[in-house]
Every structure is written in structure tokens, then in C-alpha cells.
Ligand binder design. Structure first.
Ligand SMILES: NC(=O)c1ccc[n+]([C@@H]2O[C@H](COP(=O)([O-])OP(=O)(O)OC[C@H]3O[C@@H](n4cnc5c(N)ncnc54)[C@H](O)[C@@H]3O)[C@@H](O)[C@H]2O)c1
Length: 252
């Protein structure tokens, strides 16, 4: 029996990187997965390669209307939502002095408001079924000032996700809804690939003096495994928690 047998999971940012790795792992563990992304053509192409029960839906996580559509379609198709993984996010590298007001608002909307909208759309359905597990993707940038090239707005947004998750974990514990966070360190995903880093070895070379554990950089599945633990009933007494997956970066 899989670790997510009979569970219905909604995953955002599922066309690439950690989100896609989570889709693969969750279906392998028996979940029915609603895979969502703004890049819908890419999403459809990627999930077509995976065996399992997957419903692919277009979702821009900054759109309240599209969130409602995803929640409604999931309920229509599967009757419940057990798991929400708020994985979608994009980092930018502007320092505090370089950032513009427009850029700041865009980064906050994409990385923080999106997580609030996701929880607002899904929690009522979890309350109806009397349980749920929400996993929010944060970043070391929320706890270490020098992580992610000092990206000001991104660090602030991820810090907001951390605080919002703690808030939600306390407020919805009475409904048996758990809210936890995963903090990735340097992980080879679409984000690194867009910056020309195409192998874990090359990314590891860049972090050799920062991340003590070889190969000094993680892969998408390292994060998917953390999502899996927090999504599954194995963590049924864990809420408001922070699971750092960073090869020891934050321990130095
Ligand atoms: N890669 C790292 O080293 C690292 C480190 C810390 C945190 N993170 C976080 O991990 C999460 C996953 O990122 P990744 O590294 O797998 O990146 P990725 O670029 O491989 O995947 C991100 C996905 O999000 C989607 N997306 C972008 N904007 C969207 C929107 N408005 N609505 C819906 N989907 C949207 C993209 O289409 C893409 O499929 C993000 O929250 C990111 O901030 C990544």
C-alpha cells in the first residue's frame, strides 16, 4: 500500500522542478493528483509521461478566480481535497536598493499572496471533510540574509509564507488541518537551468564552500520526499513545523 493511498492532492507549479517531482512521487505512492501550473502546455506534456491518476489544470496562483476553478473542479472530480502543496514560486535577485515598487509588488503577489489565496480556496473543503494537510514551499532566503544573492522582495515574500503558515497551523488545528513548510537550499530545478546551470555537479561546485554535505547541491526529488512526509499521515501529529532540506547550509 502506498503512503498516500486514497488521498487527493493539489500541487502548484507542477510543470517543472520540485512540483513535477512531487507529482511523480505522489502518484507512485497512490495519490490522485491535481497537477496545476501557469505553463499549461508544458504541464500537459510532462504529466503525459507519468503513469497514474492525474488531472492537469491551468492555474496562475495569483488569480483568485482560477484558484476557485481548481478547487471546484477537484471536488467535482474526486469529492475532496486531502493535500495542498503550495510549491509554485519564482525567485528574483534584486537587492533592496535596486528593487522597484512594481517589481516588489509582483514578487510579493507571486510568492506570498498566492499561498494565501491557495489556502483560502482549499481550507473550506478540508474543513468539510474534517482533515487536511497543507505543505508550503519556503526557502532558506526566509531565514538566512545572505541566501539567494540577497534577493530582497523574494526573501520578504518567503518570510511572509513562513509566518502565514505558522498562523494557519494554529488557527486550523481545531479542524484537524495541518500546515507545514519545507525550506529548500540549493536545488537543481528549472530555476537553475534557466541560469545556465544544467547539472547537479556544476551547481554543487558553486556551493562547495557553502553546503557541507556532498554533492553540495540537491535534486528536485529531495524536496518531493520532504513534501511526501508532511503530506502523508506519517506526520499526523506535526504542524507549524519547518523542514529544512539544505545539505547542512543553515547549520554552518
Ligand atoms: N531551486 C531552488 O534552489 C529553490 C530554493 C529555495 C526555494 N525554492 C522554491 O521552490 C519552489 C519550486 O521552484 P523550482 O526550483 O522547482 O522552480 P521551477 O522553475 O523548476 O518550477 C517552478 C514552476 O512554477 C511555475 N509558475 C511560475 N509562475 C507561476 C504562477 N504565477 N502560477 C502557477 N505556476 C507558476 C512555473 O511555470 C514552473 O513550472 C518555488 O517556490 C521556489 O521559490 C527553490
Amino acid at each position: 500500500m502506498g503512503r498516500l493511498e486514497n488521498k487527493v492532492a493539489v500541487i502548484t507549479g507542477a510543470a517543472s522542478g520540485m512540483g513535477l517531482a512531487a507529482v511523480e512521487l505522489f502518484v507512485k505512492e497512490g495519490a490522485k493528483v491535481v497537477a496545476t501550473d501557469i505553463a499549461f502546455t508544458q504541464l500537459e506534456a510532462e504529466v503525459a509521461k507519468i503513469d497514474g491518476e492525474i488531472l492537469a489544470l491551468e492555474l496562475d496562483v495569483t488569480s483568485e478566480e482560477q484558484w476557485k476553478n481548481v478547487a471546484d473542479r477537484t471536488i467535482e472530480q474526486y469529492g475532496k481535497i486531502d493535500i495542498l502543496v503550495n510549491n509554485a514560486g519564482v525567485s528574483t535577485h534584486n537587492t533592496l536598493l535596486e528593487e522597484t515598487l512594481e517589481g516588489w509588488n509582483k514578487v510579493l503577489t507571486l510568492n506570498l499572496t498566492s499561498v494565501w489565496l491557495g489556502m483560502k480556496s482549499v481550507i473550506p473543503h478540508m474543513q468539510n471533510s474534517g482533515k487536511g494537510s497543507i505543505v508550503n514551499c519556503v526557502s532558506l532566503a526566509a531565514i538566512i540574509g545572505s541566501a539567494d544573492n540577497g534577493a530582497a522582495a523574494y526573501s520578504a515574500a518567503k518570510g511572509g509564507v513562513r509566518a502565514l503558515s505558522k498562523h494557519a497551523s494554529v488557527n486550523f488545528a481545531k479542524d484537524n488541518i495541518r500546515v507545514n513548510c519545507v525550506y529548500p537550499g540549493a536545488i537543481l530545478t528549472g530555476a537553475a537551468k534557466r541560469h545556465g546551470v544544467t547539472s547537479q555537479e556544476v551547481l554543487g561546485q558553486a556551493f562547495k564552500n557553502t553546503i557541507p554535505l556532498p554533492p553540495h547541491a540537491g535534486e528536485a526529488n529531495d524536496i518531493a520526499q520532504a513534501y511526501l512526509y508532511l503530506a502523508s499521515d506519517e506526520s499526523k501529529f506535526v504542524t507549524g513545523e519547518e523542514l529544512v532540506v539544505d545539505g547542512g547550509w543553515s547549520a554552518v
